[in-house]
Write a protein that binds this ligand. Sequence first.
Ligand code: HEM
Ligand SMILES: *[C@@H]1O[C@H](CO)[C@@H](O)[C@H](O)[C@H]1NC(C)=O
Ligand SMILES: *[C@@H]1O[C@H](CO)[C@@H](O)[C@H](O)[C@H]1NC(C)=O
Ligand SMILES: *[C@@H]1O[C@H](CO)[C@@H](O)[C@H](O)[C@H]1NC(C)=O
Ligand SMILES: *[C@@H]1O[C@H](CO)[C@@H](O)[C@H](O)[C@H]1NC(C)=O
Length: 337
Amino acid sequence: MLPLRNISLFISLLCHASLLSSLFAKELELGYYSDTCPDAESIVREVMRRAMVREPRSVASVMRLQFHDCFVNGCDGSVLMDETETMLGEKEALSNINSLRSFEVIDEIKEALEENCPGVVSCADIIIMASRDAVALSGGPYWNVKLGREDSLYASQDDSNDIMPSPRANATMLIDLFSRFNLTITDLVALSGSHSIGEARCFSIMFRLYNQSGSGRPDPNMDSKFRNKLDSLCPRGGDENVTGGMDSTPVKFDNQYFKDLVQLRGFLNSDQTLFSDNIRTRKLVKKFSTDQEAFFKAFIKGMVKMGDLQSGRKGEIRRNCRVANNQREDDFLIRVF
Ligand code: HEM
Ligand SMILES: *[C@@H]1O[C@H](CO)[C@@H](O)[C@H](O)[C@H]1NC(C)=O
Ligand SMILES: *[C@@H]1O[C@H](CO)[C@@H](O)[C@H](O)[C@H]1NC(C)=O
Ligand SMILES: *[C@@H]1O[C@H](CO)[C@@H](O)[C@H](O)[C@H]1NC(C)=O
Ligand SMILES: *[C@@H]1O[C@H](CO)[C@@H](O)[C@H](O)[C@H]1NC(C)=O
């Protein structure tokens, strides 16, 4: 009787595609590593602290990885994988190439964790812990993170190209995109506040300075003094790899980003549009510009929701964040034989 019941349960599971896909979704928990790697969170924080001393921008660069990882088939460390002969990496996707950075900080964290508790902590969880620490180390809020994610077996450059938004995006496009992940307008505006830290390239704003929407003119939603500043940072035909801070206090996590947007001093089009092109996002930008606590609270909520995204696919704990474990075994066999 019992085996039969199990079989029918199994069949009914198979019939529910949604259940099937969630078979591999992991239940995330606070303190997931408290028995298996009790020092995990303090190790991550210490490496992040050292990275920040070496290069203040690096913590922002690491924090950006959470967005680019979680939006592409869930938070599964896929963004960290190097290209192989048979797999294109997400690192070379449109939004990432010549732009995503500080992968070596993740490597350093992984090495420290492998020394302390080998094979236990996933690269996907490292991104989540490190992003949280990036914000706290920059003067922003601190929150507890749920852990227990697994790393993907592969990356998907095509999915990254399809999903990740362009800096040209307007508020409507961003609202639509975020809603696909069940992220609300409040989540969108609060999470965009991550641009309170870090830098962007001239490449990302050239169109806005000289040819907004093919008009041959700059974006009108720019304070004129600020535009002059950007024009000299990013002259027409100049080096598109030059970078500038995305708000006026780019190593401090605060609500200055929103104050700047209200004054038409947003760096990216995708930033300024939140104030200039949509009533609902504008209301939130105004609120966060005068109420830093409300921003911090909404930001935490958004980061946790984004961190909960999972693909439901089978995963593993990678030994090296850049390569799937079986790929390493293949490489090893090729070397040995
Ligand atoms: C709302 C849609 C978003 C768009 C269109 C967008 C776009 C961009 C662009 C174009 C850059 C600069 C890239 C370059 O020029 O090299 C950037 C940087 C950055 N983004 Fe976003 N982003 C968005 C949302 C987010 C979210 C949700 C987060 C994190 C939670 C995030 C975190 C960052 C950080 C920290 C940087 C600076 C990185 C560094 O200094 O290396 N962004 N983003
Ligand atoms: C920007 O830097 C990348 C390497 O990081 C290089 O391949 C590219 O050619 C540079 N682009 C420009 C316009 O200088
Ligand atoms: C936003 O961009 C989309 C795609 O380019 C465009 O169709 C739409 O008209 C824009 N919306 C607004 C309000 O500018
Ligand atoms: C969004 O929510 C709906 C309804 O709860 C759910 O079916 C769907 O899987 C969610 N989508 C994502 C990407 O989490
Ligand atoms: C501006 O963009 C439009 C449309 O993309 C293009 O046709 C035009 O040549 C551009 N103008 C300049 C000055 O680059």
